[in-house]
Write a protein that binds this ligand. Structure first.
Ligand SMILES: Nc1ncnc2c1ncn2[C@@H]1O[C@H](COP(=O)(O)OP(=O)(O)OP(=O)(O)O)[C@@H](O)[C@H]1O
Ligand SMILES: [Mg+2]
Length: 256
């Protein structure tokens, strides 16, 4: 099932054209990777799905219905959870507090008010375990976790609170090889839970390890949109590297 579909969207910031003619499909149980260099428009693209920016050309469909999102809250209410690179956590608060932070209203006032801290602790531990994350102590401040572990907690949280679509902006950017592998494992676990995942990355190797679809952006335009069986890792790497000096020169020549 197609959960989110962007067709031929564009986005301007004033006179700056950040995106033009970009399409993207997110399906349940699949990982759609968005690849591109700095400034390619990756974050701009996901901000449209996350309800932070309105697209100003093209269409956005959620579960087949053409729509616009007016706020991150609305996106969340429609099942789209976004994990930003600078995870919005409160470092000194325990893991379980962070796990529930900001999600209280969605639970409805009645049942939530009866939740006690022991239940929240237990729920956090169980939600993490369900994703295969064995965190010994959910009482430790989240700031004491590694960057990779924090990403994993954020992924487990989105799954627990019933997200249909999970958007991850460069979850492995600041991580070493081992931690990246762990995070990608949980990205795949979210997919296996049936979520549609959007994974943004600079790294074609990370993308190819888990991706089902690959959208390549370069300077705000889409230079590739492939399913996994249409493209090899070598091709993907080459397309990523394709933003060469020659391309940049051509771009400048034909601009405006
Ligand atoms: N709020 C803004 N106002 C004006 N221009 C912006 C704004 N946000 C982004 N841009 C511009 O839009 C283009 C795309 O930016 P975007 O942040 O989407 O790229 P990115 O692919 O996420 O890059 P990075 O890999 O560095 O995160 C860039 O040229 C950027 O300068
Ligand atoms: Mg970005």
């Amino acid at each position: 099932m197609t959960l989110v579909e962007l067709t031929d969207v564009s986005k301007h910031y004033g006179s700056v054209r950040a995106l033009e003619g970009v399409s993207l499909e997110v399906r349940a149980g699949e990982i759609t990777c968005v690849l591109g260099d700095n400034g390619a428009g990756k974050s701009t693209l996901i901000k449209m799905i996350a309800g932070l920016h309105r697209h100003d050309g093209g269409t956005l469909r959620i579960e087949g219905e053409e729509t616009t999102l007016s706020s991150p809250r609305e996106a969340l209410d429609r099942g789209i959870a976004t994990v930003y690179q600078d995870l919005a956590v409160v470092p000194l608060m325990p893991v379980w507090r962070n796990f529930f932070l900001g999600s209280e209203p969605r639970r409805g006032a009645g049942p939530f008010k009866r939740l006690d801290t022991d239940l929240m602790r237990r729920t956090t531990r169980e939600a993490l375990l369900r994703m295969g994350i064995d965190l010994r102590d959910v009482d430790q401040p989240i700031g004491t976790l590694s960057g990779g572990e924090r990403q994993c907690v954020a992924i487990a949280r989105a799954v627990h609170f019933g997200a249909k679509v999970l958007v991850l902006d460069e979850p492995t950017a600041a991580l070493g090889v081992k931690q990246s592998g762990v995070v990608l494992k949980y990205v795949a676990a979210a997919r296996d839970e049936g979520l549609g995942v959007v994974l943004i990355t600079h790294n074609p190797h990370h993308a190819y390890l888990v991706g089902d679809r690959f959208v390549l952006l370069r300077r705000g335009t889409m230079v590739g949109n492939h399913t996994r069986d249409e493209i090899t890792l070598d091709d993907l790497t080459q397309q990523m590297a394709g933003g060469s000096d020659l391309d940049a020169l051509r771009h400048e020549l034909h601009r405006g």
